[in-house]
Design a protein. Structure first.
Length: 500
């Protein structure tokens, strides 16, 4: 029987009223297992109105109240991590260990939100003039919205809402319609933790719901993670309606391998970073740049490791990589490989014909490895978002750096080398927001902010960390002068000696 995922508004499940639903498939079987309600403009308005009403109380709540609820939520999230991971696997397809890792990374941000009291401390200067003090404080914005992608249906929302609500805002989440169940389960756990009704709401849908959030006058800020074209649209549209925006876009993350690198370590890193979570992550390494004569040996070592990856259903403990999210996405990813040779690439591994016995209709694709890829090839220029790794060759460090910096994306990058001086130059000279040194996927821990440069980020703020706190609050400066109590009016005795 197909289940239905409905909205979560005002602390309870609200059945969809638009009459429009979207299908949710099990990527391993291709079967439609769930239908998800798509919100109308009126339903989005109802969620925002509920959040606005809740802000009147939540925005004035004490820090102790907020953090105590978040501590309880953290405990519940930890206790239910296997259940949430299973929901992710059922709708996204990633293997259970990857799904558990996603929940763990989301927990990091909940930890940060539990300690929000430190981030929200203000500043005070006393006696800037005679009996004049100046204080800087931060206050919540009001109703804020998050629009999140399919590839991390639990983690990316948790990059947003724990900090937002810890800062005193109320939240409306529009998750991906491809795997919506995890977000509703998070909402239920928040309610169980004691979060007041209306502080966290979930509306499902498509462009209708997104556009209404972008233009709604009561939504003060919008957070987004997704592709670059949509990030650009989100930023332009929400900004035009006077909203604060952080919109994280796509990526083409490069891994530079110098001739002195430990090639076994580099090959291990390239395989895990390129093919983990089936390559469906914005921090995947999708381009390796080999410098000098090491290219052939590096490609051989990558191929040897890639061929051993076990591909199968995400709920099979033996599986190391699962299917892609939809058949359409699977076919798009495959097109980059089938067209690669004609664009000058050497196809070392072609995974486009991969199948899994007993799962004939699953969205399967195997590991693909392309070598000697020209920068003109579509497989290099586009964010593929699948298990396809491109290897490019460069004669020198300078040539490799110029190649990387010429990319329109600037999300994450990495260098593999034993030379500290080379690593230091790279981290200063490369044009990317996150850099790894012998670390292939340099996703910052929760108390540092995540975000790229160039076409990988639109807006002034990175996500979570200190930037997250600043994004979800606005500064206010208060200048105060109090008369000396010795100057109190006649007849008022405060016990201070009078000035003569």
């Amino acid at each position: 029987m197909t289940k239905t995922v409905n909205h979560w508004i005002g602390g309870r499940t609200v059945e969809g009223a638009s009459g429009t639903y979207g299908p949710v498939t099990d990527p391993a079987t291709g079967e439609v297992t769930t239908k998800v309600a798509f919100a109308s403009v009126e339903e989005v308005d109802a969620a925002v109105a509920t959040a606005k009403e809740a802000f009147a109380g939540w925005g004035q709540s004490s820090l102790a109240q907020r953090t105590s609820i978040l501590f309880r939520f953290r405990a519940l999230l930890d206790a239910h991590r296997d259940e949430i991971a299973a929901l992710i696997t059922a709708e996204h397809g990633k293997v259970h260990s990857d799904a558990l890792g996603e929940v763990a990374r989301g927990l990091e941000i909940v930890d940060l939100a539990c300690g929000i009291t430190v981030q929200l401390k203000g500043e005070l200067s006393t006696q800037v003039a005679s009996r004049v003090d100046v204080a800087a404080i931060r206050q919540p914005l009001g109703v804020v919205a998050g629009i999140t992608p399919f590839n991390f249906p639990a983690m990316v929302p948790m990059w947003m809402f724990p900090i937002a609500i810890a800062c005193g805002n109320t939240f409306v989440l529009k998750p991906s319609e491809k795997d919506p169940s995890a977000s509703v389960r998070l909402a239920e756990l928040l309610a169980e933790a004691g979060l007041p009704d209306g502080v966290f709401n979930v509306v499902h849908g498509d462009k209708v719901a997104v556009d209404r959030l972008l233009e709604h006058p009561d939504v003060k800020a919008v957070s987004f993670v997704g592709s670059t074209p949509i990030a650009r649209y989100i930023h332009a549209t929400a900004s035009a309606h006077g909203k604060r925006v952080q919109a994280l876009g796509g990526a083409k993350n490069h891994m530079l391998v110098l001739p002195d690198a430990d090639l076994d370590a580099a090959a291990d890193a390239a395989v895990s970073a390129a093919y983990g979570s089936a390559g469906e992550r914005c921090m995947a390494i999708s381009a390796v740049v080999a410098v000098g004569a090491i290219g052939d040996e590096l490609v051989d070592r990558i191929r040897e490791r890639a061929e051993k990856i076990k591909i199968g259903p995400g709920d099979d403990p033996a599986s190391e990589m699962g299917p892609l999210i939809t058949k359409a996405h699977r076919d798009k990813v495959a097109s980059y490989v089938t067209g690669a040779a004609a664009e000058g690439c050497e196809v070392v591994l072609d995974g486009t014909g991969y199948t899994v016995d007993g799962y004939d209709n699953g969205h399967w694709i195997g590991i693909s490895l392309l070598d000697k890829v020209p920068t003109t090839a579509k497989a290099y220029q586009d964010e593929i978002f699948g298990p396809v790794l491109c290897v490019l060759r460069a004669e020198t460090y300078e040539e490799a750096l110029d190649l990387i910096n010429a990319s329109p994306f600037g999300n994450g990058t990495a260098i593999f080398t034993r030379d500290g001086g080379a690593a230091r130059r790279f981290q200063l000279e490369v044009e990317a927001g996150m850099v790894g040194v012998n670390v292939p996927i340099p996703v910052p821990v929760g108390y540092h902010s995540f975000g790229g440069w160039k076409d990988s980020l639109f807006g002034d703020h990175h996500i979570y960390g200190n930037d997250g706190t600043h994004f979800y609050t606005r500064g206010k400066v208060v200048t105060t002068r109090w008369p000396d109590p010795a100057d109190a009016p006649a007849g008022v005795d405060l016990g201070f000696p009078r000035h003569s």
